[in-house]
Design a protein around this ligand. Structure first.
Ligand SMILES: [Zn+2]
Length: 450
């Protein structure tokens, strides 16, 4: 049987610590705790928490008793206690001495912080909070320390950028925004900040060195003018592209506007019919022809109301029921069906690899949209005409659309899993952690390759 001391040390997973004693107690809720009295070994008791160099002890007269939560052992809550003191680092000044089991100013052990960081990548924050017995905000702080540990120099992500994408994502029900810059070649978010618009994007460009700016060759994004302005100002030789993903989104929005209009008209028809055929007292009579007419009109309106999903989807992915819906619209509603076909044509032409062919098709599309007599698509026509060159640039350079869409979806998922963020830094940390090739290492595991 190994000694209790060795057992505690092994379970704490820290080589340079010495365990002095351990005891059990139950708190007022009846939860069992094990309290480990530990200290760094004599070679590490005066280490600087920043540079980890051995320093001079500053004061031992005012010991500061502190405790750190460690990972549970079985179901027992574990805490490490130790009286900390201050050291005097020639480089970093007077600081609380480092302890080998925790990150500076953390109330948890490193293993604990990393485990929370790992869980937060995959699970909703509320689940992590309950399982680890920490509050919601603490999850964010653990993630922050995890991120700083596995990537101390995030600014390196800004080196050697060639193809970048600028994207904005809304949160808090569309009231707030974050701007993210994605490296298209590594698929990692290289920079993220709160807000959107020219000033935010300028602050991204302003932190780049001349070398970093000159390596950028392609910038993609939506059609926002401030993106074009910044590209012109900071990287004038750069190719500006509009992501196909955003172009399809514009078309979807225009299509939805038409659908809502058509639905409103159908609904107005139902109202009018009801006025023309006032219902008598009692239940509607089944054999009354006006009941059938009103019911048919109602069904038609309902079909249009519920068709948003079917119209937005690519035809090859439609279910049988959705196919019928589109079919019904084709037969009964010429205007909505035309809008649908224009959306589809635009979506398909963006997939064409040959830029000349794409240009010719886009020309045909523009003619069609400008003659469509549908206001939403006339507006879309103006927008696409304005960005024609940027759209064709994206096709010519073969900018992958799937990646920016994937990052966008990942960010939406992060926000959903956290049920809206109260602290913006927590959200940015999660974006950096999840939208990159970083992997949080779980303690005492063989590191995964690839
Ligand atoms: Zn130092």
């Amino acid at each position: 049987m190994v000694s209790a001391n060795t057992l505690c040390k092994k379970l704490l997973n820290v080589k340079t610590a010495v365990v002095e004693s351990a005891d059990f107690y139950s708190d007022q809720d009846g939860v069992n705790h094990i309290r480990i009295h530990a200290r760094p070994n004599i070679w590490h008791e005066n280490d600087c928490p920043i540079c980890h160099k051995r320093c001079k002890c500053y004061d031992t007269k005012n010991p500061q008793p502190r405790s750190w939560r460690a990972l549970d052992w079985g179901a027992t809550l574990v805490e490490v206690v130790y009286d900390t003191h201050r050291i005097d680092c020639p480089e970093h000044g007077v600081l609380v001495a480092d302890v080998p089991w925790a990150y500076p100013s953390s109330g948890f052990t490193k293993d604990f912080d990393l485990t929370v960081g790992w869980l937060a990548v995959y699970l909703p924050r509320s689940v992590v909070s309950e399982y680890m017995r920490i509050d919601w905000e603490t999850v964010g702080r653990c993630v922050h320390r995890t991120l700083n540990d596995i990537e101390p120099e995030r600014s390196r992500r800004l080196d050697n950028l060639v193809n970048i994408g600028i994207d904005e994502t809304s949160y808090k029900k569309g009231h707030k925004y974050i701007t993210v810059i994605v490296n298209h070649d590594t698929n990692a978010v290289v920079w993220a900040a709160q807000g959107h618009g020219k000033t935010v994007l300028e602050s991204f460009y302003k932190q780049l060195s001349k070398e970093q700016l000159s390596s950028i060759k392609v910038v993609t994004g939506d059609g926002a003018r401030w993106i074009t302005d910044c590209v012109r100002e900071f990287t004038p030789v750069c190719e500006r592209c509009v992501d196909q993903f955003h172009v399809v989104q514009w078309a979807m929005e225009a299509l939805d506007e038409v659908r809502r209009e058509v639905w409103n008209e159908a609904y107005a028809d139902v109202k009018q019919l009801k006025k023309e055929h006032p219902r008598g007292k009692g239940r509607p009579k089944e054999d009354d022809p006006s009941t059938a007419i009103i019911r048919a009109a109602k069904e038609k309106a309902e079909e249009i109301k519920n068709s948003a999903y079917a119209l937005g989807k690519a035809p090859e992915h439609l279910t049988e029921k959705q196919q019928l819906r589109v079919q019904m619209i084709a037969e009964n509603n010429n205007r909505l069906y035309r809008a649908y076909r224009m959306k589809e044509m635009l979506r398909l032409l963006l997939k064409i690899k040959d830029v000349d062919e794409a240009e010719a098709t886009l020309k045909r599309w523009l003619w069609w949209a400008s003659h469509s007599r549908i206001p939403a698509f006339k507006e879309l026509y103006e927008k696409i005409k304005r960005h024609k060159q940027h759209i064709l640039n994206a096709i010519r350079l073969g900018m992958s659309n799937a990646r920016i869409e994937a990052t966008n979806n990942k960010i939406k998922l992060i926000i959903r899993k956290a049920y809206g963020f109260r602290n913006i830094q927590n959200m940015l940390d999660m974006v950096y952690l999840v939208c990159s090739d970083l992997r949080v290492p779980l303690p005492n595991r063989k590191p995964k390759t690839a």
